[in-house]
Design a protein around this ligand. Sequence first.
Ligand code: R5P
Length: 292
Amino acid sequence: MNKIVFALPGNEHLSESITANINAEKGQLIIRNFPDGESYVRVINNVAGKEAILMCTLNNPDQKFLPLYFLAKSIKEQGAAKITLVSPYLSYMRQDKKFNAGEAVTSEYFATLISSFADELITVDPHLHRRNSMAEIYSIPCYTLHAADLISEYIRNEIKKPLLIGPDSESEQWVSKVAAKANAPFIILEKKRTGDKHVKISIPHTEKFKDHLPVLVDDIISTARTMIETIKHINHSGMKAPVCIGVHPVFAGNSYEDLKNSGVSQIVTCNTIEHKSNGIDISRLLSSAIKI
Ligand code: R5P
């Protein structure tokens, strides 16, 4: 089936590489706002009988969702055979249970919405915390890719004598894999989140790693509080200024500047979301999944 790649606003760079890698047609779109703020969406190409690949990373999802939905509906109506949604960062994965009475379990509702218009979803390291698989909430086929090997490759090639640091017990599974492939030791910290912007971190004894370069690795950097709290402890323990590596550079508000000013030596992220910290390219990973 012929493939046509549509880049939603903000996804142009990654879409360009992917379109070239898989030798697909480039989709042409007009997406803009009417003066009253409503969305206008127009597809220029003929999509009949084709697989439409919609590239839309979903940070700030509330703004992005309606144009994406309108585009998918319109493309289907114009005869596309299949809608594949590629969301390198998938939002609404963290509110996966009711922490307080009356709370909306938004990960389920969002999954139901996406499953209602996409035929397939491809994403990178979704935040599956209390869930074992995407199939628990998504009713369409979901392909979950992992940036771990690319991060290991980056660490192997760019960082001398690294000590990998995972911020919490959830991160152990994949930080240990990144460390193994990077031929590096790792430690896992204990984290307690006490509010949206507050976390408490405890760090184990690190004397034997004094000569190493600490490399904090996390899936999401959102408020950056997890990394900033960890860096405070690292600085007190007399270790070198750390490198921070994140898969998804969500960077809410001023968090990127806050992190830059917290005593780091470098911040590197994957381009699942376009950001000036991008240093690890995931386009080959996505291209090979889309090609199948
Ligand atoms: C949490 O479970 C995730 O793995 C990250 O540690 C978390 O999302 C980071 O968030 P923040 O940057 O807001 O501390």
